[in-house]
Design a protein around this ligand. Structure first.
Ligand code: PLP
Length: 398
């Protein structure tokens, strides 16, 4: 039977300590031992089922990690305090001084800033490439390349990575393909397409209620053990541990992810089609006009759709700002960064989530001033929302 990420989550069965239908929340930072020997064994990582200290692991964090590994079809996972708290340790675990990373040039601004401004201080250099061109990616690889990094669907330009093609390059040149799947949970299963490590910002669709930050790294048991190693594990030593209470909330929210993603995708496809028909420059992987529409179709788990993210270009930052302010005034959504909320969220990435990318580079990659990124909400009546958005566009754009 083929892999279905939502079924894999559904199939997990975990009771609470007292038979509760939800696993009990671990509410301790440290754990007692009956014998000193077991304590030292646990510290060395070889006393399964025992807990030592909550930065290492907690029952609640392990429960959430198990569900996320099931969703991505990987052996294991490690949850973190934020998406950046997952991305940075993975890259630092895989790379040392004089190593090279080949990365997509359209990635989340924080990740871009980390690669551009922070890792060079440690002697790690990054070559930024157009990830949609496999020949360009291969030409950038050097003998020092340790990681190929991309987002399945990129923030904010919604470029789609050919994960199978990139995985073949990573295998050929013997390094790791790391994929941030934050924009396309359930729709795309990168590990099943050959990615070695899959990352999410749980802050977004997976938690879905815009009330917490969180992240996850999904990969082999060996890699997750490496990240947690007390002597040289980047997750362990950098300390970006998720709080147990938050982990338990995210686990509960995850159970409705499949229903939410279908609605986000349905609404986004509806709006994208309408905006495009109205002559608005619209980018959405579900539109046939998207340059990677076919590729997305080949990679996707069809029933979850093309995701909740779309962009429009209204020509200038002034118009973009005026439109977003008017849409917020009409209660069509919020002028806010982030994604995956029940309300539509919109922002102009050039001056917000991608502002770390210098202006000339934004232009080069096609990130224009008038670009608005929409995280389309769960609206029950998307036709009504569209009519009101159309009115706002006419007000602002004529
Ligand atoms: N990856 C992507 C694609 C994102 O959009 C973001 C945040 O916007 C992150 C990673 C970082 O996640 P967090 O804010 O949870 O650290």
């Amino acid at each position: 039977m083929s892999f279905n990420p939502a079924d894999s989550i559904q199939d997990l069965k975990k009771f609470g300590e007292f038979g509760g239908v939800n696993p009990s929340i671990s509410d301790s930072s440290t754990y007692t031992f009956l014998s000193a020997k077991t304590m030292s064994d646990t510290f060395e990582g070889n006393a399964d089922g025992c807990y030592l200290y909550s930065r290492h692991s907690t029952p609640s964090n392990l429960n959430l990690a198990e569900a996320l590994a099931a969703m991505e079809g990987t052996e294991s996972a490690n949850v973190t305090a934020s998406g950046m708290g997952a991305i940075t340790p993975v890259l630092l675990q895989l790379c040392s001084a004089n190593d090279n990373i080949v990365s997509s040039r359209t990635i989340y601004g924080g990740t871009y800033a980390f690669l551009k401004n922070f890792t060079p201080k440690l002697g790690i250099e990054t070559t930024f490439v157009d990830i949609t061109k496999l020949d360009v990616v291969e030409a950038a690889i050097t003998k020092n390349t340790k990681v190929l990094y991309c987002e399945s669907v990129s923030n904010p330009l919604l470029e789609v990575a050919d994960i199978k093609g990139l995985s073949a390059l990573a295998k050929k040149h013997n390094f790791k393909l790391v994929v941030d799947n934050t924009f396309s949970p359930l729709s795309i299963s990168p590990a099943k397409l050959g990615a070695d490590i899959v990352i999410h910002s749980l802050t977004k669709f997976i938690n879905g209620s815009s009330d917490t930050v969180g992240g996850v790294v999904c990969g082999t048991q060996e890699f997750i053990n490496d990240l947690r190693n007390v002597n040289d594990g980047a997750c362990m030593l950098l300390g970006s541990t998720l709080d147990s209470l938050r982990a338990s909330f995210i686990l509960k929210n995850m159970r409705t992810l499949h229903i939410r993603m279908k609605q986000h995708s349905k609404n986004a496809l509806f709006l994208a089609k309408k905006f495009q028909q109205d002559g608005v420059k619209t980018v959405y992987p579900g539109l046939e006009s998207h340059s990677s529409h076919q590729l997305f179709k080949e990679m996707m788990n069809t029933e979850y759709g093309f995701g909740g993210m779309l962009t429009i270009d209204v020509g200038s930052l002034e118009k973009a700002n005026a439109l977003m302010e008017l849409m917020q005034k009409k209660n069509l959504g919020y002028l806010a960064v982030s994604l995956g909320f029940y309300k539509t969220l919109f922002s102009a990435p050039g001056s917000s989530t991608s502002s770390e990318i210098p202006e000339n580079e934004q232009k080069e990659m096609g990130l224009s001033d008038g670009l608005i990124r929409f995280s389309v909400g769960l609206d029950n009546n998307i036709e009504r929302t569209y009519q009101m958005m159309k009115f706002c566009m006419q007000e602002v754009c004529v």
